[in-house]
Write a protein that binds this ligand. Structure first.
Ligand SMILES: [Zn+2]
Length: 368
């Protein structure tokens, strides 16, 4: 294997944000000071850092150590036991979950970036616990390619299960890497394999029209993808979710389950209830700021031009910046990348939860 191939296999391991890259990380005020390092980069990551190109450009705040997960191995993945026969695997950017049973493996999702490392992780675990390594069932959290784009590696015989809408979307997409589920359901489906159980529950649209809750009652573990981002602010525009009021509501629905472990589908570690509470507070702060802004931001200065779209762009940009400023400041050091995506997240809350779905149009309301 050439150096280039090796780099590809551990690409997320190299990418994982390294507090050591940032000059502020070494300052006495660093949030990581005095705490054991949560993650030790492998030798390749160390050499990348030494060579400087591995470090991201300066300009963003350091990633708190608490946001990072365990180091990936030389193959570029980490596999860990959640509880009993339930495991998770990550490449530090994406996550999948699998259940080993006496009759075969049930896997939830197949992120493209983890790809064939899913099979390596499953083989490593089943060799150790003596269960069969064959994947017999695959559950789709939702239809998006980044989370299930490696589904094809499990072959044509695996039983694929997803929401009815997931099948509709995947038949539309016609992507050979994402075969449509053949077992579908509308509200609820209980999967029992080898005496082990997973409950699949649909609570309506949120991130996508087909996103489901995967509940492992025995292990008190919930897998819900692209709703929570443990240790981090949500990805751009609240994970480019399609139904923002219901995405916000999905956070509360998730909290109604008695889970102790959350598999959120992204980044390098599992989630706790405390992580979820912090995100709920972050989104509530954005919402409060957005409601205040729609009533107070004067759009008059933006009208001094004859370009309607430019007027709206200036108004929305100013609103997003105004909402984001105090929220970014409050969560820097608590949530990674608060300074990266909070303006985008503020825009989404303002545009959908307040203006379009919320019906609060402020200066663009009913003409007097
Ligand atoms: Zn998604």
């Amino acid at each position: 294997m050439g150096v280039e191939d090796q780099d590809m296999r551990v690409r997320w391991g190299l990418w994982v944000p390294n507090p050591g890259c940032h000059p502020r990380a070494a300052a006495p005020s660093s949030p990581v000071r005095g705490r054991p390092r949560a993650r030790r980069p492998g030798p390749l990551a160390e050499s990348a850092r030494a060579a400087a190109p591995g470090c991201p450009p300066a300009g963003y705040a350091p990633v708190p150590a608490s946001a990072l997960g365990p180091p990936v191995n030389a193959e570029g993945y980490f596999v860990g036991q959640i509880h009993g026969d339930l495991y998770w695997v990550t490449d530090s950017a994406y996550q999948a979950m699998f259940l080993t049973t006496k009759d075969g493996v049930v896997i939830v999702d197949a992120p493209a970036t983890i790809g064939h490392n899913l099979l390596r992780a499953i083989n490593a675990v089943t060799q150790a616990n003596g269960r069969p390594s064959k994947v017999t069932h695959q559950i789709y959290s939702h239809s998006h390619s980044d989370h299930i784009g490696a589904s094809v590696i499990f072959g044509p015989d695996v039983v694929r299960i997803g929401h009815r809408e997931c099948r509709t979307l995947l038949l539309r997409d016609d992507d050979p890497n994402r075969p449509a589920p053949t077992v579908t359901f509308q509200d609820r489906y209980t999967l029992t394999v080898g005496g082990q159980r997973l409950d699949l529950v649909y609570h309506g649209p949120n991130h996508t029209p087909d996103t489901i809750f995967v509940w492992a009652p025995e292990q008190q573990t919930l897998m819900l993808v692209d709703v929570f981002f443990p240790g981090w602010v949500p990805w751009k525009q609240l994970a480019v979710s399609q139904d923002i009021p219901d995405w916000i509501k999905a956070q509360d629905i998730a909290m109604s389950y008695p889970w102790q472990t959350l598999v959120a589908g992204h980044l390098g570690r599992l989630g706790t209830r405390a992580d979820a509470e912090v995100q709920i507070a972050y989104v509530a702060d954005l919402l409060a700021g957005a409601r205040a802004t729609v009533n107070t931001l004067d759009p008059t200065p933006f009208f001094k031009q004859n370009n309607a779209w430019a007027i709206y762009k200036a108004y929305l940009d100013a609103a997003s910046a105004q909402i984001a400023a105090p929220v970014t400041e409050k969560y820097l050091g608590k949530l990674a990348a608060a300074d990266v995506f909070t303006v985008d997240n503020a825009f989404t809350v303002f545009e959908f939860s307040v203006r379009e779905d919320g019906g609060m149009q402020g200066p663009f309301g009913i003409h007097p």
